[in-house]
Every structure is written in structure tokens, then in C-alpha cells.
Design a protein around this ligand. Structure first.
Ligand code: 4AD
Ligand code: MG
Length: 465
């Protein structure tokens, strides 16, 4: 039998059961004849207090072990679960014996009791999961990853595994990492251009920037689908919101329009937020106290309040009225800058906003054209602090309109012939969106830097571990 976790032990009634706790020492305190050892195992936010009483029977071995332990040491402690006289905890362990499993010399172990900066912890990412902050982030990530599946599976969406290696640039933004087995050094010496016909896949390929196009093919077969997997972007953007490797959730629905897409996105975000508030209550309380003031209150109000909706045109009008507040002057046709998104969410809507109907020039080729022929049925969900958290659209289901757009953008029709087949055979209106999983975790935890919500961040110049 695997040993009980502290989260399981903490849920037990304190009725003098004999138990063994296994975990890592957080702190040790002494008070007269008592020694308090706080042990945590990461299974929940709190640890368990193990109290040793010198007046009881206890051998030399225990005294030796107690004097040797310090923060980070792994231990096994046996005792009885009893009601705790201390505030803030139901039960504690009246400990009888302790064994050191793995040492962590105090003069070498990098994680001491004091507070460490997030920058420092990023350098020791292999140890940071042992801190309160990163343990809590990891638990929220795990719970919400599962909630993604719960949400879609209960609504008839099928989980589709779209490819990681692909020859299609789904966003047409040219931010793909190349995948090759060509001998680059030999090629450089030869001075010849690469022959991709001789490359592993027989043509130039890379890591996917989005599973959307492949997900569309399944939506037009299974009606409702979603993907949830790693995505890669070779953008040279060194910001607190961009990673080179991130996880994205992309639902796609057949016989659905932009309106349905907005409803789905709002329901989805509210479901995720309320799941975290319910099932990660202790973790969220920690973030609320130490990371982002009033986080819980804000999350709760987002769950309870309908999202504001506005068209891009109305959003720009709003921004133009306040043009003096921005570094980048807003005008119709401009891509919204993060200062603009911040203004719309924090000053205009005071909460999430769904902005729709963007100019076609600043959006991807596959979005459905509006009758005005200037805007497309796009939607971005913007949230305070972060800006864009979701991007999506109704897709162009008309063959000639889509071909025209691909040609106009100078893209190769041949490359998209399989995608165009969806419009040739049994085409139907359809819509979907992408939620960046790390942006969601930033939103829910209040963590300021996206590099702190994924175990091992990959960004420009950063690939350690
Ligand atoms: O807006 P994006 O580029 O949209 C797509 O990829 C569409 N194919 C989605 C769809 O309609 N199926 O990206 C979607 C979301 C963004 O809103 C953002 O949350 C996240 O993915 N994202 C990133 N997250 C972290 N690092 C990056 N470099 C990101 N780029 C996008
Ligand atoms: Mg986008």
C-alpha cells in the first residue's frame, strides 16, 4: 500500500490513530520540552505539525535525529493523530519517532526559511516546486488541466490529438521553429542551399503554432472537438506574457457562429475560475495574501458578472477619446497594444471584455469576412492585468472567399489544399478559439510573470533543465 498523503491525513478525524507521515521538513522550533517539526509533502497547501515531547519516552536516536534535521530534509515520522491545541489546524501528530531519509545540509541547501525572490527561484527551477508559491502554482495547474477535460467532455466535445510536427503554418505569422535532420554544419561548409526534399519529412517542417486547422477537420466530422497540447512560437518577444513553448486549449464547433463561440468562451472561463476557487481554496487564499491583493474577490466577481462585449470599432472610439493616455496612438486599423487592452479592461469594462469584428488586415487568413468586407468575425477575450487570454473566430466556410484571402496574403494555395477540401465537401459554418493555458494560470494565481506558472519555461535564450 502506498503511504497516506498529508492531504489525506488532514482530512481524518483526530482520533488517536497511529500514523506515519513522510515528507520534507519546513521548519523546526523548540519550546521548553517540546520540539515542533512542520512537515509538508506538497499534496496540499498546508503541512502537518509533528510535536515531540521530551517528557515522554524517547530514545537517544530520536534526540539525535531531531538535532540533525533542518529545512529540506526528508523524514519519516510516526505518532498519533490528536486534536491540536494550536490555532489554524485541526489536528497534529503527537510524534514518537523520527527517521531521516535524506539529508539537506543547511549550509548548502539553497532553499532556506527566508523569502527568496522569484528571479532567484527561476535559476533553481528544479527545486522551486518545494516552495509554497510554486507548490500552489503546480496544484492549480494540475486541477485546471483536469477541469478543461471535465468541461468539454460533459458538453459532448471529443478530445483530438493534433500533430506537434507539421508542415502547415496555422497562423501564417512565420513564427515556426524548424524541425530538420539535415546536417547544418556540412550544409554551411558546402555553401549550397538546403534541399528539403532530402530532409527527414521530404519537405520543410516545423513545430506547430496551433492545432486549429487539424481540429477543424475533425469538427467537420465529429461536430464538437477540442485539442489541449503544447504549442511553439519562435517569436522574439521577451515579455511577461510570452513563452516559446506553451500549452493551448482549442475547441472547435461545427454549425456554430461567433455568438456561440463567445458564449462557450465565457462559460469555459467561468467554469475554470469557479473550479479553482472551490478546489484550490487554500492555494488561492495564499496567492490572495502574498501575490495579488484581492485576487479571490476579483475571481469571484468575474464568475458572477456577464462579460462586457464590444466591437473593435467601438473599442477604438473609446481609446481615441483617451488618446493622451497612451504611448501608441490608437486609430482604426491598429493592432491593439497591451496598454490599450489594459485600458479597455481596467478603465472601460472593469473586468473581462470580449472584443469582436477586428479589421481583417490584423487577423489570420481563416477568419470569416463580415459583409462590410473590412472586418472579420474575430473575438479576443481580454482580461485585466494580462490583456488577451483567448483569441478565436468564426471560420471562413466559403471556398472562393477563403481562396481569395489565401491568394491575397501571398500564401501558397497548394499548401492548404487539404484545408480547402473542408469547404469543397460538406462545408458548414464553424467557430472556435484558443486559450493559452499559462495565461489562464497567471490570471487565476495572480502571478505576474508567465515564466513562473510553467515548471520549466522556454523563452528567448532560456532552455535550462
Ligand atoms: O491568438 P492566438 O495566436 O490564436 C490561435 O492560435 C488560434 N489558432 C486559436 C484558435 O482560434 N483555435 O493564440 C491563442 C491564445 C492567446 O490568446 C494566448 O492566450 C495564447 O494562445 N498565446 C500564448 N501564450 C503564451 N505564449 C505565447 N507566445 C502565446 N501566444 C499565444
Ligand atoms: Mg491572438
Amino acid at each position: 500500500m502506498i503511504h497516506p498523503l498529508i492531504r489525506e491525513i488532514r482530512a481524518l478525524p483526530p482520533e488517536s490513530q497511529e500514523l506515519t507521515v513522510r515528507g520534507w521538513v519546513r521548519t523546526k522550533r523548540e519550546l521548553k520540552n517540546l520540539v515542533f517539526v512542520e512537515v509538508s509533502d506538497g499534496s496540499c497547501f498546508g503541512g502537518i505539525q509533528c510535536t515531540f515531547d521530551r517528557t515522554g519516552r524517547w530514545g537517544e536516536e530520536t534526540e539525535k535525529a531531531l538535532s540533525a534535521i533542518s529545512t529540506g530534509v526528508s523524514v519519516e515520522i510516526t505518532g498519533k493523530l490528536v486534536p491540536s491545541p494550536a490555532a489554524g489546524q485541526e489536528a497534529e501528530l503527537a510524534a514518537a519517532a523520527i527517521t531521516i531519509i535524506g539529508d539537506a545540509p543547511a549550509d548548502q541547501y539553497p532553499l532556506q526559511k527566508k523569502r527568496h525572490s522569484l528571479e532567484f527561484l527561476r535559476e533553481i527551477a528544479h527545486l522551486r516546486a518545494r516552495t509554497n508559491t510554486f507548490g500552489a502554482v503546480a496544484r492549480v495547474r494540475s486541477r485546471l488541466a483536469f477541469a478543461v477535460h471535465e468541461f468539454f467532455q460533459s458538453r459532448g466535445f471529443q478530445y483530438i490529438h493534433t500533430p506537434i510536427i507539421t508542415a502547415s503554418d496555422a497562423e501564417g505569422a512565420g513564427a515556426m521553429f524548424q524541425v530538420t535532420t539535415l546536417d547544418l554544419e556540412a550544409l554551411a561548409k558546402s555553401g549550397k542551399p538546403p534541399d528539403y526534399g532530402k530532409d527527414f519529412f521530404g519537405k520543410r517542417s516545423g513545430l506547430t503554432v496551433s492545432g486549429q486547422l487539424e481540429a477543424e477537420t475533425y469538427a467537420l466530422a465529429l461536430s464538437r472537438v477540442y485539442t489541449f497540447g503544447p504549442t511553439f512560437r519562435a517569436e522574439n518577444s521577451n515579455t511577461t506574457r510570452h513563452l516559446a513553448e506553451f500549452w493551448m486549449i482549442e475547441p472547435e464547433m461545427a454549425f456554430a457562429r461567433l455568438e456561440d463561440n463567445m458564449v462557450l468562451a465565457e462559460d469555459f472561463l467561468k467554469f475554470l475560475l469557479s473550479t479553482a476557487l472551490r478546489d484550490n481554496a487554500e492555494d488561492i487564499a495564499f496567492f490572495n495574501a502574498h501575490i495579488e491583493k484581492d485576487l479571490s474577490g476579483v475571481l469571484r466577481s468575474v464568475v458572477d458578472t456577464p462579460f462586457v462585449r464590444m466591437t473593435y470599432t467601438d473599442a477604438v472610439t473609446e481609446l481615441e477619446k483617451n488618446a493622451q493616455s497612451f504611448e501608441f496612438r490608437p486609430y482604426w486599423g491598429c493592432d491593439l497594444q497591451s496598454e490599450h487592452e489594459k485600458f479597455l479592461t481596467e478603465n472601460v469594462a472593469q473586468g473581462p471584455v470580449i472584443v469582436t469584428d477586428y479589421p481583417r488586415e490584423i487577423k489570420a487568413f481563416y477568419m470569416k469576412m463580415n459583409d462590410d468586407r473590412k472586418t472579420v468575425r474575430a473575438m479576443d477575450v481580454l482580461v485585466p492585468r494580462l490583456g488577451e487570454i483567448i483569441g478565436g473566430s468564426e471560420r471562413e466556410e466559403n471556398l472562393s472567399a477563403l481562396e481569395e484571402r489565401i491568394r491575397a496574403l501571398g500564401m501558397n494555395l497548394e499548401d492548404y489544399s487539404w484545408y480547402l477540401d473542408l469547404r469543397r465537401y460538406g462545408s458548414a459554418p464553424h467557430a472556435g478559439f484558443g486559450l493559452g493555458f499559462e495565461r489562464l494560470i497567471q490570471y487565476v494565481t495572480g502571478m505576474a510573470n508567465i515564466r513562473d506558472v510553467i515548471p520549466y519555461p522556454r523563452a528567448v535564450g532560456q532552455v535550462n533543465f
